[in-house]
Design a protein around this ligand. Structure first.
Ligand code: NAD
Length: 284
C-alpha cells in the first residue's frame, strides 16, 4: 500500500481562512497576547510566527517581550494585568521559561477562560472529563487532520507515543473522547515496535529522529508524525521514517508540512473560541 500524504499546510491554510472570515463578521476584534521571556532563538521565531498569523486572521496581536532575568513575580503581575484587560481574549506564555520562573505557577496564573494553550489545570480537567473547552493546539490540530483525512477513530486501536502534557496526554484524551481504544507509550514502554504494530492509528510525539520504522506500521494504518527534529546535517525530520512507514500506511503526515502548520492555526481557533465564549456567544 502506498500512503496518502496528509497535507497539513493546505488544511491549516483552509482553517486560517475560515477563522479570518468568522473574525471579519464579528462586531468586535478578538485580542491575543503572547508573552516572551528572554531571547531563546526558537521561541523568538515561534512568537513572531504566531503574531503574524494572528494579524493575518484579523486578531489583534500584542507581543510582550520581557528580559531573561525577569522575576517570577513580575511575570505573574504581567499576567494579572492581561487577565483583567477586556481587550485580551487569549494569553499565551511561550515556553520554555528561564530557570528562575516556575512554569506551573505561570500556567496556573492565566485566567482559564483566556488560556489559549489549554495548559491550565481547569482546561486539562475539562478535556479529561470529556467536556473540553480550550484544548492544547498541537493535539487539536491532529484531530482536525484526522477529520479532514476521514480517518475512522471510533473503535480504532490507537497508540500515542509520548506522554507530555503538551502533546501526548491531551492527544490520548482527545482520542479516548472520540471512542478510540488508546495505548499511551513512553520512554519506559517495553517492545514499542510490537505495540505499534497492533495499532490502526499511530501518533508519534517523542522527539527522537525517525524512531518509528516501516516494520512497526500495520498494513493500512494511519501515521501522524508530530515530531520536529533537526539532524546533525541540519535536515528537519519527524519521529517516523516517513518513506518506510508510507510503504505500509494508508495515510501519513509529512515533516515539515504535516502537523506543524496546524498548531498555529489551532491557536487562532482557540483565540476565537475564547473570544466568543467570554461574551456568551455561540462557539465557532
Ligand atoms: P517531550 O520531550 O516533553 O516528551 C517526549 C515524550 O516522548 C516523553 O513522554 C517520553 O517519555 C517519550 N519518549 C522519549 N523517548 C522515547 C522512546 N525512545 N520511546 C518512546 N517514548 C519516548 O516532547 P513534546 O513536547 O511532547 O514533543 C514531542 C515532539 O513533538 C518533539 O519532537 C517536538 O519538537 C514536537 N512538537 C511538535 C509540535 C508541532 O507543532 N508539530 C508541537 C509540540 C511538539
Amino acid at each position: 500500500m502506498t500512503a496518502t500524504i496528509i497535507d497539513g499546510k493546505a488544511v491549516a491554510a483552509e482553517l486560517r481562512a475560515e477563522i479570518a472570515s468568522r473574525v471579519a463578521a464579528l462586531a468586535f476584534q478578538p485580542g491575543l497576547a503572547v508573552v516572551l521571556v528572554g531571547d531563546n532563538p526558537a521561541s523568538t521565531v515561534y512568537v513572531r510566527n504566531k503574531d503574524r498569523a494572528a494579524a493575518a486572521a484579523g486578531i489583534a496581536a500584542r507581543t510582550i517581550r520581557l528580559p531573561a532575568d525577569t522575576a517570577e513575580a513580575a511575570l505573574l503581575a504581567t499576567i494579572a494585568a492581561l487577565n483583567a484587560d477586556p481587550a485580551i481574549d487569549g494569553i499565551l506564555v511561550q515556553l520554555p521559561l528561564p530557570p528562575q520562573i516556575r512554569p506551573r505557577a505561570v500556567i496556573e496564573a492565566i485566567d482559564p477562560e483566556k488560556d489559549v494553550d489549554g495548559f491550565h489545570p481547569l482546561n486539562v480537567g475539562r478535556l479529561h472529563e470529556g467536556h473540553p473547552h480550550l484544548v492544547p493546539c498541537t493535539p487539536l490540530g491532529v484531530m482536525r487532520l484526522l477529520a479532514h483525512a476521514k480517518v475512522p477513530i471510533r473503535g480504532a486501536q490507537a497508540i500515542v507515543l509520548g506522554r507530555s502534557s503538551i502533546v501526548g496526554k491531551p492527544m490520548a484524551a482527545l482520542l479516548i473522547n472520540a471512542d478510540a481504544t488508546v495505548t499511551v507509550a513512553h520512554s519506559r514502554t517495553r517492545n514499542l515496535a510490537a505495540e505499534c504494530r497492533r495499532a490502526d492509528l499511530v501518533v508519534a510525539a517523542v522527539g527522537r529522529p525517525e524512531l518509528v520504522r516501516g516494520d512497526w506500521i500495520a498494513d493500512g494504518a494511519t501515521v501522524i508524525d508530530v515530531g520536529i527534529n533537526r539532524t546533525a546535517e541540519g535536515k528537519l525530520v519527524g519521529d517516523c521514517a516517513t518513506a518506510e512507514c508510507a510503504a505500509s500506511a494508508s495515510a501519513i503526515t509529512p515533516v515539515p508540512g504535516g502537523v506543524g502548520p496546524m498548531t498555529i492555526a489551532c491557536l487562532l481557533a482557540n483565540t476565537l473560541t475564547a473570544a466568543l465564549a467570554r461574551r456568551g456567544l455561540e462557539p465557532a
